[in-house]
Design a binder for this molecule. Structure first.
Ligand code: ADP
Ligand code: ADP
Ligand code: MG
Length: 519
């Protein structure tokens, strides 16, 4: 394809990234690829994170709590003005779906990299978006298109659509603010819980009721649209491997989607986008069930966590496209120019212990090694020596692989997962390794309740003595100095008590006050 003249010029001079972690790193790289300078912002505890180191400039915007830093619009806009940026990319989470922030950027003369505030208002709110979809003729999950506040009324509605039903927060996201109700007796309590969670997480307790569809798959359509009315759909992502309604593994394409179903879902998604004059990257989420039936769940008006699997299989750069579109440039390709090529999977590497009820895990990371090689892409916020704290999202990194077909992609993922070394915190890597070898997963036979209802992780725990040796090696290796294969302690080859504590995974090297003299 011919390269348009416009694409040789950077669409902006300088971009502020109003986010942290792996997505801030991803956006900085996307900006740099097309010649845009970058400004990172960070809370005081995040001063040494990779996004801060990678950006051309970095500024502290407040203390650890998000409300005082990454959600602090005033301070972020202040930095934007002082540094003279012409655009702000919000990443995902935080301010990415905050229409008031879009308005505030516009008022300050800074381009928000995302859709218009109006499109966001119509789509960011689940109730509002259900109304819009219904009017546009897109099938929605059966349920209400108005908020429901009274449990009596909720019971009447549930009797009409049939149990189980889901009570969902209109402002919800990240799997929060959803409660499943199996029978009338559970309604009042479930409603109160959903409202409480919605108020606490999103500052808005409006809830509505939907039929709970099970078994179902979560399949979503990625789209990209410009300010000139061009809408391009880029196929589906399969996101059914979830726990507590949060995605753990995503892939593109889906084993369950035929070319006919893909075409129907893409058409529905494009209608969704046109209905609200959408521009930028966006995702329309659907439940797929029965004989190729599908129903609209929600639209995410932002770049998504799992966008890389689409990039890998379609040869696009969604961040670059978002930036060019924000500057008013037209899309330079159609869907036919970007056909599906091969298969891609993403494993979310999360700081939680799959052998201990998936409890969140925190701590210092004494040793870190990323996988690489053919078909492997890592999006990460980690480096050796950093601290994983309780303050933010537990997503540490995303491991993405590509293969000619699903099997090659899966084998590469297994290889890459086994190369990935993250010490000091428990991660979801053992979960992923087990899932990739699971017969149902291999057969592509997965639904959103699979992990919680049927999947067993087994007891194949990581070998902590190997981990301990690696950590010791990491402590010893300095500028080419070689480390011993086995740590020797106390000068006579015996191991100290502290070492034992570490080797059994009870203490981190820093907790046991590990020093070179111990070895
Ligand atoms: P995706 O659909 O891209 O997988 P998720 O719904 O899992 O996205 O959310 C992506 C990230 O954004 C997560 O870190 C989640 O905690 C956060 N998030 C999603 N929705 C909201 C929201 N409404 N408010 C705050 N954070 C959110
Ligand atoms: P969020 O904004 O938190 O991402 P979603 O509406 O996308 O909320 O739902 C998150 C997940 O919860 C879905 O991927 C699906 O697994 C499950 N879910 C939500 N609504 C329903 C429903 N009506 N029936 C069955 N599963 C549902
Ligand atoms: Mg969702």
């Amino acid at each position: 394809m011919a390269t348009p003249a416009s694409s040789s010029q950077p669409p902006f001079k300088k971009l502020l990234i109003a986010n942290r972690g792996e997505i801030a790193v991803r956006v900085i790289r996307g900006a740099r690829d097309i010649g845009i300078a970058t400004v990172a912002v960070h809370s005081d505890v995040d001063a040494n994170l990779p996004h801060v180191r990678l950006a051309d400039e970095a500024y502290c915007i407040g203390p650890a709590p998000s409300a005082k830093s990454y959600l602090n619009t005033e301070r972020i806009l202040e930095v934007a003005k002082e540094t003279g940026v012409d655009a702000i990319h919000p990443g995902y989470g935080f301010l990415s779906e905050n229409a008031a922030f879009v308005d505030a950027c516009e008022a300050a003369g800074i381009t928000f990299v995302g859709p218009s505030g109006d499109a966001m208002r119509q789509m960011g709110d689940k109730i509002e978006s259900r109304r819009t979809m219904k009017a546009a003729g897109v099938p929605i999950v059966p349920g209400t298109i108005d908020p429901v506040a009274d449990p009596e009324e909720a019971i009447k509605i549930a009797n009409g659509i049939g149990y189980p039903v889901a009570i969902k927060a209109s402002a919800g996201g990240g799997g929060r603010g959803i409660r499943i109700v199996e029978s009338e007796g559970e309604m009042a309590r479930a409603m109160a819980n959903a409202q409480d969670e919605a108020r606490a997480s999103f500052g808005d307790d409006a809830v509505f009721i939907e039929k709970y569809i099970s078994p179902a798959r979560h399949i979503e359509i990625q789209l990209i649209a410009d300010k000139h009315g061009n809408v391009v759909t880029l196929g589906e992502r399969e996101c059914s491997i979830q726990r507590r309604r949060q995605k753990l593994i995503e892939e593109a394409p889906s084993t369950a989607v035929s070319p006919q179903l893909r075409a129907q879902m893409e058409e529905a998604a494009a209608n969704v986008a046109r209905a609200v004059n959408y521009y930028s990257a966006g995702t329309v989420e659907f439940l797929v069930y029965g004989e190729d039936e599908f129903a609209f769940l929600e639209m995410n008006t932002r770049l998504q966590v799992e966008h890389p699997v689409t990039e890998m299989t379609r040869g696009v750069d969604l961040v670059g496209d978002q930036l060019r579109i924000a500057a008013g440039e037209p899309l330079t390709y159609t869907a036919d120019d970007r056909p599906l090529h091969g298969w891609s999977m993403e494993c979310r590497i999360i700081a939680e212990d799959p052998f201990n009820g998936y409890l969140p895990s925190t701590g210092k990371i004494p040793y870190y090694r990323e996988p690489a090689g053919p078909g492997v892409r890592v999006e990460s916020m980690l480096h050796a020596g950093m601290e994983v704290s309780i303050h933010y999202d537990s997503l540490l990194a995303k491991l993405v692989t590509w293969g000619e077909d699903r099997e090659q992609c899966r084998q590469r993922m297994k290889r890459a997962l086994s190369e990935f070394q993250i010490l000091g915190v428990s991660t979801s890597i053992p979960f992923h390794l087990a899932m990739l070898d699971d017969a149902n997963f291999i057969a592509g036979d997965i639904t959103t309740d699979y992990v919680e209802s049927s999947f067993q992780i087994g007891d194949d725990r990581p070998d902590t003595s190997t981990h301990a040796a690696l950590a010791a090696a990491a402590f010893l290796t300095k500028d080419g100095e070689s480390a011993p294969a086995e740590p020797r302690l106390n000068g006579d080859g015996s191991r100290s008590r502290a070492w034992g504590m570490y080797a059994r995974g009870k203490r981190t090297p820093l907790e046991i006050g590990w020093r070179r003299s111990y070895l």
